[in-house]
Design a protein around this ligand. Structure first.
Ligand code: GDP
Ligand code: MN
Length: 396
């Protein structure tokens, strides 16, 4: 789960990481009111969406007057902002962060993320901070400094110095960096974050470090330990189908292809997606209906897949271990009858009561394509998705 910049900055403040002074507004009137409260004559208006790249997309406005703040608020609020990270449809802007402007002397990059292979948190830092860090990482990876933190030792002074020297900081700034790095580490461990990113970490005109931007990703599997953080969820920024799946305890991740996949078990789901790829297709989703799938749950899963307009064919691949294939077949039939299914559906059932399941499907009178093996199923669904019926007609 991702947080908004303003939410992340509130946490930063709590962990002694310096951030600009600011407040959140949901209307243009509230934005101008905040200007008065903050004082001064210039403000920064920042669209709050779960995507970076706002600066280049017009989502960060440096305003020289209250009128400009109002203009920016009217232009941004209620609209969708498209950035290079937001997807083509963009994300809805319902809140703005209004801040006192920072006079930037230079920009750095600093983040802390989980290095899964090393089973440690890893600091990433670069003196080439700002809006193009991805390009820096791709073209000149030697400009990115990596420092892993051993969980038993925590952040060590020599690690702060290594990053500080790498970032070209002076003695006073090194002290501030120590506070920032300890704050990031404490925040990440206490909140179960998988990523905390400051881009840019700026040095202002007084030579002080300030987190000008904040990105925070929380580990979904640890959210049950943080109801206060879970409460910060903004469903408007999340994939609607993923949210619906969560409500039905289905493990669903939206992807870019056109073949809907319904599988039981995460491992089988991964293997199924691989096979679809191998046969020249592209999965529209990852979906694990779980080991204890019921007919009702399968029906929900089906509706979810079919609500995606990208989907031109569906592959159902169920291995009946704990779950019985005849129950799955009933779920499929229930869903296909409830939802007016327009796309071809390829079904492969294997394991407990597979024969009964296949028989139910055959007798249902529904236009389902059954497959004899996983490879056969992948082949058929790729052909069906492409609108070819060469392999589709010969059902096993
Ligand atoms: P992002 O583009 O979504 O990553 O949004 P950021 O919060 O990183 O802002 C983008 C850019 O806007 C920053 O890299 C800065 O160059 C600029 N910016 C943001 N806040 C300020 C500010 O207070 N003063 C100045 N001068 N520039 C700012
Ligand atoms: Mn940024």
């Amino acid at each position: 789960m991702n947080l908004h910049e303003y939410q992340a900055k509130q946490l930063f403040k709590h962990y002694q990481i310096p951030v600009p002074v600011g407040a959140v507004a949901a209307t243009a009137a509230a934005a101008t009111k905040i200007c008065a409260e903050l004082g001064g004559s210039r403000w920064v208006v920042k669209a709050q969406i779960h995507a970076g790249g706002r600066g280049k997309a017009g989502g960060v406005v440096l305003a020289d007057s209250v009128a400009q703040v109002e203009d920016a608020a009217q232009r941004l609020l209620g609209k969708r902002l498209v950035t290079h990270q937001s997807g083509a449809d963009g994300l809805p802007v319902t809140q703005l962060l209004i801040e006192q402007p920072t006079a930037i002397a230079s920009e750095r990059y600093l983040s802390l993320l989980v290095d899964r292979a090393a089973e440690q948190f890893l600091f990433m830092a670069s003196s080439a901070g700002g809006m193009d860090i991805e390009a820096v990482a791709a073209a000149t990876p030697e400009q990115i400094l990596l420092v892993a933190v051993h969980p038993a030792a925590g952040v060590q002074p020599y690690q702060v110095r290594r990053i500080g020297f790498g970032l070209g900081l002076n003695a006073a700034q090194l002290k501030q960096l120590a506070t920032v790095m300890h704050g990031l580490y404490q925040l990440a461990t206490e909140c179960d974050a998988s990523l905390v990113e400051i881009n840019p970490l700026v040095i202002n005109d007084l030579g002080d470090l300030i987190a000008l931007d904040a990105k925070l990703t929380l580990d979904d599997n640890a959210l049950y330990r943080h109801p206060d953080l879970e409460a910060l969820r903004d469903p408007s920024q999340e994939d609607a189908r993923e949210a619906q799946a969560r409500a039905h305890e289905l493990n669903y991740i939206s992807l870019h292809g056109n073949i809907g996949c319904m599988v039981n078990g995460a491992g089988l789901a991964m293997a199924t997606m691989d096979l679809v790829k191998l046969h020249g297709g592209a999965p529209a989703n990852f979906l694990d209906v779980g080991g204890g799938a019921t007919a009702a749950r399968v029906a929900e899963a089906f509706k979810l897949i079919l609500s995606d307009p990208k989907v031109t064919a569906v592959l159902v691949n169920i291995f009946g271990g704990i779950v019985r294939c005849d129950l799955i077949a009933e779920g499929i039939m229930q869903a296909v009858r409830e939802v007016a299914v327009q796309v071809p559906i390829v079904v492969r059932l294997e394991g407990t009561n597979a024969a009964q399941g296949l028989q139910l499907l055959a007798e249902s009178g529904l236009a389902l394509i059954t497959a004899s093996s996983l490879s056969d199923a992948a082949n058929r669904v790729v052909a069906a998705a492409a609108g070819r019926n060469d392999t589709v007609e010969a059902t096993a």
